[in-house]
Ligand binder design. Structure first.
Ligand SMILES: Cc1cc2nc3c(=O)[nH]c(=O)nc-3n(C[C@H](O)[C@H](O)[C@H](O)COP(=O)(O)OP(=O)(O)OC[C@H]3O[C@@H](n4cnc5c(N)ncnc54)[C@H](O)[C@@H]3O)c2cc1C
Length: 406
């Protein structure tokens, strides 16, 4: 098989998935051009938890080491209930023979993108153009032409392949006419960061607190350095406007409710944001010379921390296969295997488990809630069951499942 093109692979979106796709290709010698609508990398407060297989995948180019330098290693995380307190504390050292990184790594998404950008700068055949918005594309037998808009006007770019890593609204996915089946949850999710310290109250650096009225997920994030910031994610009902959710009293009430304190308003709030949340998977991850990765291909609620992790798994899988195709070492059919592997786990694993996690946290039926607590305690008392539970929740099983698909 011979090399089919010298045109670069064009990646739309300089979010974490787009930049990682670029890095995976560039370090294999493939020329890449990334276009990003924004003038620079964005201050994104969404993702913050990285699972063990993700850290393993980020070892090349020293990305994992750079993350480990600034991130918080979370060896234990908790299943809690607002009324019943601590249910189980999960110790990830149960995975010490399964991964060199038996912990979750907490690091803000917006601290990962500059690391990726810096690593990419080492490759002369990699280019990133900010303030370049993807407008449309036309597929030809051997290349794709892409229309982009930048402050000086419109431009036409030629590419051998296009990767849409342009987020949930993905203009690339729409241009390729790929359906995005699924649904949007009626509630939004609020993210609140505070310097108030939950550790003295018994919270591990990561804790999921069930509550039929308002569950909360807690994450201690590194921020600018110790002691870091506590980030809370919680659902918001339709009765509140975005402005109300972004106002200080909302955050104060959430903390009061979480810790069972009387109404006070003295918690220092550092950030507040609000998001719509969806469960959707693209019908195809490849149409001709156009491929999708990350949120452009699949979106899910954040319970379990699977969204960006699975986007990183996409980027690593796709980077390897597309480089082989680009360099003439494999037939383009190999890219259909990317779709089979990654789409299957997006459906079977990420969608199913994130939905289940949400249902468990918001369960209103007390009998069912108590039965679930018993189930978790039974698992926690048995080392083999604990390991099996953690292999699943740490996404190690999802990687094994994808790799088993041929
Ligand atoms: C509240 C919340 C918490 C979350 N927590 C976690 C977590 O702990 N762990 C986890 O794994 N995941 C988490 N996620 C999910 C995670 O944030 C996303 O999966 C992740 O951001 C996807 O990365 P991406 O690079 O695919 O897309 P994005 O980060 O959305 O990046 C897309 C990029 O494309 C650019 N773009 C868009 N349109 C165009 C265009 N026309 N032209 C050029 N550029 C364009 C955008 O500006 C952006 O820079 C969370 C999500 C939410 C809502």
């Amino acid at each position: 098989m011979s090399q089919t093109s010298t045109l670069p692979v064009l990646i739309v979106g300089a979010g974490p998935v787009g930049l990682l796709c670029a890095l995976e290709l560039a370090r294999r010698g493939v020329p890449v051009l990334v276009i990003e609508a924004e003038p620079g990398t964005t201050l994104d407060l969404r993702a913050g938890t990285f699972h063990p297989p993700t850290i393993e995948m980020l070892q090349p180019d020293g990305v994992a080491d750079a993350m480990l330098e600034v991130g918080i290693q979370v060896e234990r995380w908790q299943s809690r209930d607002r009324e019943h307190g601590l249910i189980v504390e999960w110790d990830l050292s149960a995975l010490q023979n399964d991964t060199p990184y038996p912990f979750r790594l907490h690091l803000e998404q917006h601290r990962l993108t500059p690391i990726l950008l810096e690593k990419l700068a080492a490759y002369p055949h990699a280019e990133v153009r900010f303030s370049h918005e993807f407008i449309g594309l036309t597929q030809h037998p051997d290349e794709v032409t892409v229309q982009a808009r930048h402050p000086q006007g419109d431009t036409m770019l030629r590419a051998s392949w296009v990767i849409g890593a342009d987020g949930g609204k993905s203009p690339v996915r729409k241009a390729a006419q790929i359906e995005f089946d699924g649904y949007t949850w009626p509630e939004r999710y609020s993210v609140v960061s505070t310097t108030f310290d939950f550790e003295p109250l018994g919270y591990a650096d990561n804790a999921y607190v069930s509550d039929p009225e308002q569950w909360i997920a807690f994450f201690r994030m590194p921020d600018k350095g110790p002691p870091g910031l506590w980030r809370m994610t919680l659902p918001v009902g339709q009765e509140l406007s975005d402005d109300e959710v972004l106002a200080a009293p909302f955050a104060q009430r959430a903390i009061n409710r979480a810790i069972g304190a009387p109404d006070t308003d003295h918690y220092p709030i550092v950030h507040q944001s609000v998001y719509r949340v969806h469960q959707r998977v693209a019908n195809q991850f490849r149409v001709g010379r156009v491929l999708l990765a990350g949120d452009s291909a699949h979106v899910n609620n954040p319970l379990g921390g699977f969204g960006l992790n699975s986007g990183i798994h996409d980027a690593v899988n796709l980077g390897d296969k597309l480089a082989r195709v680009f360099q003439g070492d494999a037939n383009a059919d190999l890219l259909d295997l990317y779709e089979r592997q990654r789409r299957t786990v997006a459906m079977e694993y990420v969608q199913n488990i994130s939905i289940k996690n949400k249902e468990n946290l918001e369960e209103k039926d007390l009998t069912k809630r108590l039965a679930r607590f018993d189930e978790l305690r039974t698992v926690a008392q048995d080392p083999e069951k604990t390991r099996a539970y953690l292999l699943m929740s740490s996404m190690i099983n999802s990687i094994k499942r994808a790799n088993a698909i041929t």
